[in-house]
Design a protein around this ligand. Structure first.
Ligand code: GDP
Length: 297
């Protein structure tokens, strides 16, 4: 595995006493290590450059405080800047379900990203939060997706709205929201169609659903293991449907989390949840400080 950034920085600064100011030469050397650590974590090159400049500007001339070593001081600045770039500790990384019920959450994303599984996980999570979720099978291109969602719904005892194959996905979503009102469901989770690649027809369908249903949240489900590809997918979806957030799946794999930082920095779209396993309870709210620690290794 990679040596952690803190170890590497300790190495650079080992010649310095624990006191004084960080000099430009020390900081420049430290920034080389920071840059490497971020690249190893699969952060987008442009984002790495921006980030390193921000940290450099803050670090040069900074006082090395109290009991901190210079390495700890630089790490602290890196950590704070990472958290800031990941959206800080404010509410933007949380779901907004503040509209009149039923609040609609639309999930979009490519096939295989974990969208259907995530729909069930999210319903399970929200039910624990006191919501009454309704799942909607709106992926009409993959018959297995409808069955998969129905099976997951059954396991969790969460209702699933579905229509026969061939039904129009926009109509399904509209009918589902009506049904949710009748059933007094408080939140509706739409599992929309995903393809292996982004294509025009899929985008048009997603755009049409967004327009008709006016969801409170439009969340991209993206596979963290796909790294830089996920950045491109996020940019394309964001342009087409104005995402309100993102769920990064497969964070239980060995992805270091660079995709999360890159997507956030490139698109400005906040990460709201992480998928951390195949089971229906393997979903965690996103905490920037945890991801920052993970990226730094
Ligand atoms: P969809 O095509 O986007 O609807 O994807 P699915 O929901 O069918 O998921 C594709 C595969 O990814 C399945 O084998 C899921 O079990 C798996 N998967 C989904 N989320 C996660 C996750 O957070 N961690 C892991 N390890 N696997 C996941």
């Amino acid at each position: 595995m990679f040596e952690s950034l803190s170890k590497r920085l300790e190495g650079i600064f080992s010649g310095l006493s624990g006191k004084g100011k960080l000099t430009e030469a020390d900081v420049n050397e430290a920034m080389r290590e920071v840059r490497l650590a971020l690249l190893e974590a699969d952060v987008n090159l442009r984002v790495v450059r921006q980030f390193v400049e921000r940290v450099r500007a803050k670090a040069i001339g900074a006082e090395v405080l109290g009991s901190f070593s210079p390495a700890q001081q630089v790490l602290q600045i890196v950590h704070e800047e990472l958290i800031d770039m990941l959206g800080g500790e404010g509410s933007q990384n949380r779901l907004d379900l503040g509209g009149p019920p039923p609040n609609v959450i639309m999930l979009v994303g490519l096939q295989g990203s974990g969208k259907t599984t995530t729909a069930a996980k999210l319903a399970n999570y929200l039910r624990k939060e006191g919501q009454r979720p309704l799942l909607v099978a709106a992926d009409m291109y993959r018959p297995a997706a409808v069955r998969q969602l129905q099976t997951l719904g059954k396991q969790l005892s969460i209702p699933v709205y579905a229509e026969p194959m061939g039904a129009n996905p926009v109509d399904i979503c509209v009918h589902a929201v009506d049904y949710a009102r009748e059933q007094a469901a408080s939140v509706v989770i739409l599992d929309t169609a995903g393809r292996l690649n982004i294509d025009e027809q899929m985008m048009q369908e997603v755009i049409a659903i967004r327009k008709r249903v006016q969801p409170r949240e439009v969340l991209l489900v993206a596979d963290a293991m796909t790294g830089q590809e996920a950045v491109r997918v996020a940019s394309d979806f964001n342009q087409a449907v104005a995402l309100t957030g993102m769920i990064l799946t497969k964070m239980d794999g060995d992805a270091r989390g660079g995709a999360a930082l890159s997507i956030r920095a490139v698109t400005g779209v906040p990460v709201k949840f992480l998928g951390v396993g195949e089971k229906t309870d393997a979903l965690e709210p996103f905490y920037p400080d945890r991801l920052a620690s993970r990226i730094l290794g």
